[in-house]
Design a protein. Structure first.
Ligand SMILES: Cc1cc2nc3c(=O)[nH]c(=O)nc-3n(C[C@H](O)[C@H](O)[C@H](O)COP(=O)(O)OP(=O)(O)OC[C@H]3O[C@@H](n4cnc5c(N)ncnc54)[C@H](O)[C@@H]3O)c2cc1C
Length: 287
């Protein structure tokens, strides 16, 4: 059993994010990806949660299997919108009983009912979930950070103020993915100016397929820089070339972040291992 807050006090961390599989075939693929990535000796791995509870049982089962059966420190993502306090509390109690000590506290995107109306719950902000988790057990608590601002934030200054308040109540943050170091480095400076120096792990998404990253970046509010897009477009008919360029650029990004003092690296794996392994292996970095 390991608390991520304690790991971050001792050394830099290496972590991988997965989503819970929907089919037996996807479950086998995930098992393979975890086994291959485990060779890199990750500090922890995390498993996403469908806002409103759409993956409630699947997320819980995968997290508990990883923690108990594989002996790898696991962090459960948990979103609070469209949930009641009782629903969230009972899931937290299950994690507590199973020895899962790390939770990523998120608001989640608004959840709609069949007529397109937002389903209300007892919570609307991640900071409220952080408070509940802290009351419910000895969890180490992470929160989400958006280097380029959350898409619903009216401006960057208010985004940073809310992030600083939320992060002060938690132990660490993990960022949305980004493609150049500046937005992350600026955010760290802006948080420090607000008096918040808790560790913020950069989230890394290796580009293996240009269309997919452009789509995700639009959803996440992360700019895909024009000069990088042009380099990928020049390789449009060469999938192996796109992958190789994606690995090269992500490796450069990671190295710069480590050189600038990032407390670790968190990879969005999309349940695949190859690109992440190539990047992590070529970095002079041991968690
Ligand atoms: C590392 C990471 C992992 C994620 N994992 C998941 C996942 O597993 N499942 C999932 O569904 N989603 C996930 N998300 C996405 C996340 O749920 C969405 O981005 C969601 O819209 C916002 O969540 P949050 O926790 O950042 O919200 P919050 O911190 O509550 O912020 C949401 C917005 O409200 C604003 N705000 C906060 N407090 C206040 C206040 N007091 N007054 C006014 N405005 C305020 C913020 O500035 C921001 O614009 C993840 C995101 C990241 C970065």
């Amino acid at each position: 059993m390991t608390r991520i807050a304690d790991l971050l006090r001792e050394r830099r961390t290496l972590s991988f994010e997965f989503f819970p599989p929907k089919t037996d075939e996807a479950a086998v693929a995930l098992e393979g990806a975890i086994a291959e990535l485990d060779e890199l000796n990750p500090s922890f791995v995390s498993v996403t949660y469908g806002a409103g509870g759409s993956t409630r049982e699947r997320t819980r089962d995968v997290v508990i299997d990883i923690e108990r059966d594989l002996g790898i420190t696991a962090m459960a993502h948990l979103t609070c919108v469209a949930h009641t306090r009782a629903e969230l509390s009972s899931l937290l109690d299950e994690y507590n009983a199973a020895g899962v000590e790390n939770i990523l506290a998120l608001a989640g995107d608004p959840v709609l009912d069949d007529s397109g109306l937002v389903i209300d719950g007892e919570f609307s902000r991640a900071v409220e979930l952080v408070e509940l988790i802290a009351q419910r057990g000895q969890f180490s608590i992470g929160v989400a950070a958006h280097p380029e601002g959350h898409p619903r934030s009216p401006d960057l200054a208010s985004d940073r103020r809310h992030l600083a308040t939320k992060l002060e109540a938690a132990d660490f943050a993990i960022t949305q993915f980004f493609f150049e170091p500046e937005p992350y480095l600026r955010m760290i400076e802006e948080l420090a100016a607000l008096g918040c120096t808790k560790p913020v792990l950069p989230g890394i998404m290796p580009v293996t397929n240009v269309g997919q990253v452009t789509r995700f970046a639009q959803l996440a509010g992360a700019a895909f820089p024009v000069h990088l897009a042009a380099r990928f477009e020049a390789l449009a008919d060469d999938p192996a070339g796109v992958r190789a360029l994606g690995v090269e650029l992500a490796t450069e990004l990671c190295q710069r972040l480590l050189d600038e003092g990032a407390p670790g690296l968190h990879f969005y794996t999309l349940n695949r291992s190859t690109a992440t392994r190539e990047i992590a292996r070529s970095l002079a970095f041991q968690p």
